[in-house]
Design a protein around this ligand. Structure first.
Ligand code: 5AD
Ligand code: SF4
Length: 482
C-alpha cells in the first residue's frame, strides 16, 4: 500500500509556467526547456497560480527588456509566500549576464541558469527540489550541446516552427550584449538541423524559420556546408512548404545567398537586414564593418535579383555621439530604401558592450524624439507597401485564429471564424472562412489563396478565393497570382 502511494506521488503531473521575454531564439529555447522538463513530469500551464515551477526566460538586449524580467519576478513574491514549495528559476541572457547576483537581488529565487545550461536543467531542478537549495549554473560550453527528444505530437497543430542553426556571435557590434551572453559563434551540424526539421514537419509544421545571429556565416568555422547549401538541403524536405531565416548581417550577405531567394522555391520572399544607422561615422563607431554605400548597393543587387523581395530592418536612435546631421543620414537611408517594415530602438547602454564606455551620450529626450521621427517616417512607407497589395491575390500560410477571433465567433458559426496567416513577404493577413464548404474545417497549416481587400498599417484584410482542397491537407504549390 505504502509503495503504491509513493508511486502515485512520483507520477503526479507538475505544472510549469514559462514567461518568455525577447527574441525568437528565446522562444525556441523555451520550447526546448518545456521538452527537457517532460522527463520530470512537468506539463505546461498558462496559469501562473497553478505552477509548481516558474521559469522566466530573460532578454538583456536593452535595459527595458531586463527591467521587464525583474518586474515580473517582483510580482511572484506573494505566490512564493503562499506556496513555499514553488520553484522559481531565471534563465536566458540576463541570467548569463548577472549569475549569482540575481539570487542576492531577489531572495526567493531558487535557480539561475545561463544560455548554455538547458541540457543540464533537469538535473539542476531535481537537485533544487530534493535538497531545497539555491543553485547557479552559468557555465559556457565550447561545443553545441545537442538535446534529443521524442518527436512531438503537435497537439495545437502549429503551422510554423523555429530551428536554431547556430548560437553565439563573434561580431562584437559595440552596442550589443549578445557576444557576452550567448558566447562564441558555433554552428550546428547540418544533419542535426535536417532531422529536427523533419520531425517538425512530421508533427504538422509547414514553415520553419532558421535562427542565428548571423546566418550568412553559418558553418564557416566548422567547415560545414555554406548557408546557401544548407538552404538547398532544407528545401528538399518533403511536406515542408516554406523556409524563412533570420538574421543576416549586411557585411556578409553574399550574392550566393541573394540568388537563393530566386532559386530556392520554398524560401520566402523576405529578408531582415538590420542596417542600424545611415551614417558612415556611426556605423564605424558601431563596428558594423560596412558603409552606407555598401548597404545600399546590396539592397539594389537584391532587388535586381528578386524584385518582389520584402526588406525589413533594425535602426538604433541616439547611439553615443550621434549628431543631428548623422541622424538625418538615417532618415535619408530610410527614404532611399523604402523598407517594408522597420524595428527602431532607442540606444541603451549594455554591460560589457564597448559603446557603454563611449562619452557624449545622447539625452533620453533626444533619443525619444529621434525614435518618433523614424517611426513616423517609416509608417508612411509600411502603409504604402501594404496598400500596393490591395486587389492582389496572395498565398497565405494559415497560422491560426486572428487576435480578434475571441470576440467575433459568438455563434460558433464556421463562416464567422477569423483566421490569420502570412504572405511569403511576411505580411499578416486576416480573413473570414469562405462560404465554400471546403473551408469548414481546421485550415491551420494550409496554403490559402486570398484576395487582399483592404490594407492597414500593420496587417491586411482579405477574402479567400476558392481553392480545391488536396488530399494531403495542403492546398497546392505556392505561386504568386497577380
Ligand atoms: N540599444 C538599442 N538597441 C539595441 N539593439 C541591440 N543592442 C541594442 C542596444 N544596446 C537592437 C539592434 C538589433 C536589435 C535586435 O536590437 O537594432 O538589431
Ligand atoms: Fe549583436 Fe552585432 Fe552579433 Fe547582431 S551581429 S548579435 S548586433 S554583436
Amino acid at each position: 500500500m505504502k509503495r503504491q502511494v509513493r508511486r502515485i506521488q512520483a507520477m503526479r503531473v507538475k505544472y510549469l509556467y514559462i514567461n518568455t521575454i525577447g527574441c525568437q531564439m528565446n522562444v525556441y529555447d523555451s520550447e526546448k526547456i518545456a521538452k527537457a522538463l517532460k522527463i520530470l513530469n512537468y506539463e505546461i500551464t498558462p496559469f501562473v497560480e497553478k505552477a509548481d515551477l516558474i521559469i522566466v526566460n530573460t532578454c538583456s538586449i536593452r535595459e527595458k527588456a531586463e527591467q521587464k524580467a525583474f518586474s515580473f519576478l517582483g510580482r511572484l513574491a506573494g505566490l512564493k509566500r503562499k506556496k513555499p514549495d514553488l520553484i522559481i528559476g531565471v534563465g536566458g541572457c540576463v541570467a548569463q549576464q548577472e549569475g549569482a547576483k540575481i539570487l542576492e537581488r531577489v531572495p526567493y529565487i531558487d535557480l539561475v541558469f545561463g544560455t548554455n545550461a538547458i541540457s543540464r536543467l533537469h538535473g539542476i531542478i531535481k537537485m533544487v527540489a530534493a535538497k531545497k537549495c539555491r543553485l547557479v549554473d552559468v557555465e559556457m560550453t565550447e561545443e553545441i550541446e545537442e538535446l534529443t527528444f521524442d518527436p512531438e505530437k503537435n497537439g495545437d497543430r502549429k503551422a510554423t516552427g523555429y530551428v536554431t542553426i547556430m548560437q553565439g556571435c563573434d561580431n562584437y557590434c559595440t552596442y550589443c550584449v549578445v557576444p557576452f551572453v550567448r558566447g562564441k559563434e558555433l554552428s550546428r551540424n547540418p544533419s542535426k538541423i535536417i532531422s529536427e526539421i523533419e520531425d517538425l514537419v512530421a508533427s504538422g509544421v509547414r514553415e520553419v524559420t532558421l535562427l542565428g545571429q548571423n546566418v550568412n556565416s553559418y558553418g564557416q568555422k566548422e567547415g560545414h556546408l555554406r548557408f546557401s547549401e544548407l538552404l538547398v538541403r532544407v528545401n528538399e524536405i518533403e511536406g515542408l512548404l516554406r523556409i524563412r531565416f533570420t538574421t543576416s548581417h549586411p557585411k556578409d550577405l553574399s550574392e550566393d545567398l541573394m540568388r537563393a531567394f530566386k532559386d530556392i522555391d520554398k524560401l520566402c520572399n523576405h529578408i531582415h537586414l538590420p542596417v542600424q544607422s545611415g551614417s558612415n561615422n556611426v556605423l564605424k563607431m558601431m563596428n558594423r564593418k560596412y558603409t552606407r554605400k555598401l548597404y545600399l548597393e546590396k539592397v539594389e543587387k537584391l532587388r535586381n535579383i528578386c524584385p518582389d523581395i520584402a526588406i525589413t530592418s533594425d535602426m538604433i536612435a541616439g547611439f553615443p555621439g550621434e549628431t543631428d546631421a548623422e541622424f538625418e543620414k538615417s532618415l535619408d537611408l530610410i527614404k532611399k530604401v523604402e523598407f517594408d517594415g522597420l524595428y527602431a530602438f532607442m540606444y541603451s547602454d549594455r554591460p560589457n558592450a564597448a559603446a557603454a564606455r563611449l562619452p557624449k551620450k545622447v539625452s533620453e529626450n533626444k533619443k525619444k524624439e529621434r525614435l518618433q521621427r523614424i517611426l513616423d517616417l517609416q509608417n508612411g512607407f509600411t502603409t504604402k507597401k501594404n496598400k500596393a497589395l490591395e486587389g492582389s491575390n496572395q498565398l497565405i500560410l494559415v497560422e491560426g485564429f486572428s487576435k480578434k477571433q475571441g470576440k467575433l465567433n459568438r455563434h460558433n458559426n464556421p463562416q464567422d471564424i477569423q483566421w490569420t496567416g502570412r504572405t511569403s513577404t511576411n505580411k499578416i493577413v486576416n480573413f473570414f472562412q469562405s462560404d465554400d464548404s471546403s473551408y469548414n474545417e481546421n485550415i491551420v497549416g494550409q496554403l490559402v489563396n486570398v484576395r487582399i481587400v483592404e490594407a492597414f498599417s500593420h496587417s491586411l484584410w482579405g477574402k479567400p478565393n476558392s481553392v480545391e482542397p488536396l488530399s494531403n491537407g495542403l492546398r497546392g504549390e505556392e505561386s504568386h497570382v497577380a
